[in-house]
Unconditional design. Structure first.
Length: 83
């Protein structure tokens, strides 16, 4: 069993976040405006695991996960209320 974790937008991801996701998480954060970083409450990332694969989801509906080829993939949840 693997436990997930949470951390605020703009903070260093915890050690539990796999290296393969880190570059894409950083790329997402680079695209987010300073205004969004300053909002209250600060959006948070949530790391979960599904069938042994990591999923990092930002409260704003951005999802970073692994594709079938093992590469990090970024997509947006169109049903997210903050979209």
């Amino acid at each position: 069993m693997q436990l997930g974790t949470r951390w605020p937008l703009g903070a260093e991801p915890p050690q539990a976040v796999p290296e393969v996701l880190r570059a894409q998480i950083a790329a997402v954060e680079d695209l987010i405006s300073a205004g969004q970083l300053a909002q209250e409450p600060t959006p948070r990332w949530t790391l979960t695991w599904l069938e042994g694969r990591p999923i990092a989801e930002l409260d704003a509906g951005v999802i970073v996960t692994l594709g079938a080829d093992g590469e990090a993939v970024v997509h947006h949840d169109p049903d997210d209320e903050f979209s």
